[in-house]
Design a protein. Structure first.
Length: 195
């Protein structure tokens, strides 16, 4: 796993061989963070990374000076890896929560500025995830929500949707809670980026 940019840029960490997560590709991660940084000033923001897997997304936010990042993951192997990377970086702005994401969404009451979710593509409750987040106390007016998903899913009818990005087989749907984003004139379905 490579952290792409920021204060930890180019640092590499080797995940365990038995890890079951499907990490977001470097290409997709780099491009979606370019989009996020055009929409938000990440520095100082409160961020939640749901279905954190290897923690690659959480560490990109930390590297870009997010004020607080919460990584929620259920699998012990992934949680252990995230905690080991946190220890090696010595970054106290990361909070690791080992637990069920659906229970976390239901029970949390302190909203974030940015919520990123990358559920396993084959998760039986995948379709519920965007709506559950948008209707939860994880968000407040203005929260940016990013859902990573495969190309055969379409969340454009949900409230606050304003953009879809495609990077190879990886897709991201972006939402702004409480209304459209500042660049609402951006076409809802962006063409695949040049590779």
């Amino acid at each position: 796993m490579r952290i792409i940019r920021g204060k930890y840029g180019r640092r590499r960490f080797e995940p365990p061989k038995n890890i079951t997560a499907r990490p977001t590709t470097d290409f997709a991660r780099e491009n979606i963070f370019n989009v996020i940084e055009n929409l938000e000033d990440i520095e100082g923001q409160r961020v939640c990374d749901l279905f954190a897997g290897t923690g690659a997304i959480a560490f990109e936010f930390l590297s870009r000076e997010a004020g607080e990042v919460t990584a929620v993951e259920m699998a012990q192997t992934q949680v252990g890896f995230i905690r080991s990377v946190k220890e090696r970086l010595g970054d106290e702005n990361l909070r690791v929560v080992k637990g069920d994401v659906f229970k976390f969404i239901e029970g949390f009451h302190n909203p974030y500025d940015i919520v990123f979710a990358d559920p396993p593509y084959n998760h039986p409750r995948f379709e519920e995830v965007p709506r559950l987040i948008l209707d939860s106390h994880l968000v407040k007016p203005g929260t940016l929500v990013i859902i990573e998903h495969s190309g055969n899913r379409d969340f454009s009818m949900l409230p606050g949707f304003f953009q879809r990005r495609e990077y190879g087989s990886v897709n991201f749907s972006l939402f702004r809670v409480g209304g459209a984003a500042e660049d609402a004139d951006t076409p809802q379905a962006e063409a695949a980026e040049e590779q």
